[in-house]
Design a protein. Structure first.
Length: 495
């Protein structure tokens, strides 16, 4: 029944409704009585495609996901393990490893020498969170963060692990998290897509980022993420062709819409109506996107906050600033991918540069949202697809070592959007190899994100090929204690 309702609302657009009933004022009045939100712009959750699908009061309206592609080493950034420095060069005990599957890069190593972090750690904020000196700006916002140190996953290689985080499955052709949120909540701004993607790359080994990570999967294609580039044309083929005026394009789209409508009435394929919507969206984006991508009007105080790199198109800092502008304009889900965290060798040098590329801008985004009064309603997420091993891959020297993939434990952080600030959740053992307390699986993380957006992960379902699919598959629970219920009560009482 749910799918039929969604398809009905997708297929019933304004032009078809008015052309069927006539364009007189009586028809408009009748239309507003039959379907009150038909002639409204979609500017609130209650006016989304599923109209009222939120299952309870939301804590967040939008998400900015700062995905650190390649897997940052938690042992150099957020998970302080002084014991490793004491045992440097000693063999990883078999009792700790527990027969864990290894990647092909270290499976044939004759030894697994433990290695402590070259970076220094200190405690910050009232939370007393241990944060590396590689992240001085992030350290300043420690009390805004909910740091989860007990993440774990089954995937041990980049592609399935990255796909798992984004789609809830290690195989492809499943809807991404942004697509699920678009499907469940719709868009806040008719002139922008509900789901956008930005890419950047640092100095290290860059793992591939593919369009399947922001695919709509089996959901309607209107929910697919839209990639914005740093080039002259942020969205390809968005500009009017040479020789075609704005008015001419409007006439062309109207005639094309009429032809598509005739085609739909003949064949009944809902994708035809989706194409109509996409043409209309592209037309509206022609004025909105260039304005958002223009950073020249940002005040000096904002440029100083994000750092000078924010004026260089395609950098991580520029994308963080664009993410704020997109989110502020009503984009439901903004996904950043920053490549270069896959440090199997020369880790001290590479992670230092990656941290420098991302630290200031990540913290600036949180502070910028807060000073604009937007942090409470915007969930910011920072993290990669898995962690790194506590032993060295290959040759070990104090100045040069690497770490292999490690799915058993790693760290992420979240801020704003109803998460409990100043919280360090979960613990790993003294060698940083296994979760010791409060494990958090990928599906638990996804369930928590949906919960913060007012969605029950067990109820956000789409029936496909006879099966009821959801982002969290058949598992997942909200991370206990991670949600700020004071913030929830404020939403419920309308304050």
């Amino acid at each position: 029944m749910e799918k039929e309702v969604v398809e009905y609302r997708l297929n019933l657009n304004r032009r078809r409704f008015l052309s069927t009933l006539g364009v007189g004022f009586g028809s408009v009045a009748l239309g507003s009585l039959l379907m009150p939100d038909l002639l409204k712009s979609v500017n609130s959750p209650e006016e989304s495609l599923l109209n009222g699908v939120r299952h309870f009061a939301p804590k967040a309206k939008r998400i900015i996901y700062l995905f650190q592609n390649g897997a940052p080493s938690q042992l150099e950034l957020f998970d302080y393990k002084p014991k490793l420095k004491e045992l440097v060069g000693q063999e990883l005990p078999d009792s700790v490893r527990g027969g864990q599957r290894l990647t092909g890069m270290t499976a044939n190593q004759s030894s697994f020498p433990l290695v402590g972090s070259f970076a220094d750690f200190k405690q910050y904020g009232q939370s007393g969170a241990w944060i590396s000196d590689l992240m001085p700006y992030t350290a300043k916002i420690a009390d805004e963060l909910c740091i989860v140190r007990s993440m774990h996953t089954e995937a041990i290689n980049h592609d399935p692990a990255l796909t798992f985080f984004q789609t809830g499955a290690q195989q492809g052709n499943r809807p991404s998290m942004g697509s699920w949120l678009s499907y469940g909540l719709g868009s806040e701004n008719q002139n922008l897509p509900a789901f956008t993607v930005l890419l950047s790359r640092g100095i290290g080994n860059g793992q591939g980022v593919y369009s399947k990570l922001w695919t709509n999967g089996f959901l309607d294609s209107v929910h697919q993420g839209v990639q914005l580039s740093s080039g002259e044309d942020p969205v390809l083929y968005l500009k009017d062709p040479q020789g075609l005026s704005r008015e001419g394009r409007r006439v062309m789209l109207d005639h094309l819409g009429e032809l598509n409508q005739l085609s739909y009435e003949k064949f009944g394929d809902p994708e035809i109506n989706t194409k109509i919507q996409q043409y209309e969206m592209a037309y509206r984006m022609q004025t909105t996107v260039p304005e958002i991508m223009d950073l020249s009007k940002e005040p000096d105080s904002v440029i100083k906050l994000y750092g000078p790199d924010c004026l260089v198109p395609g950098t991580y800092a520029a994308n963080c600033l664009l993410a704020r502008k997109l989110s502020e304009s009503g984009v439901r889900f903004v996904q950043l991918y920053h490549q270069g965290w896959d440090q199997h060798g020369d880790l001290p040098y590479e992670i230092s540069h990656q941290a420098k590329d991302t630290d200031q801008a990540s913290a600036a985004l949180v502070m910028d949202l807060k000073q604009r009064g937007l942090l409470d309603e915007t969930l910011v997420i920072w993290g990669g697809e898995f962690g790194r091993t506590n032993y060295s891959q290959g040759r070990l020297t104090p100045e040069n070592y690497g770490r292999d993939h490690h799915p058993r434990c790693f760290s992420i952080w979240m801020a704003g959007g109803g998460v409990k600030p100043g919280l360090v959740y979960g613990e790993t053992d003294e060698l940083g190899y296994n979760v010791a307390k409060d494990p958090v699986h990928i599906h638990d993380f996804q369930a928590t994100v949906l919960h913060l957006m007012g969605l029950d992960h067990e109820k956000l379902i789409y029936k496909h090929l006879g099966r009821r699919f959801r982002l969290t598959d058949v598992s997942g629970q909200v991370i206990p204690g991670s949600v700020s219920y004071t913030h929830l009560r404020a939403h419920e009482t309308g304050r």
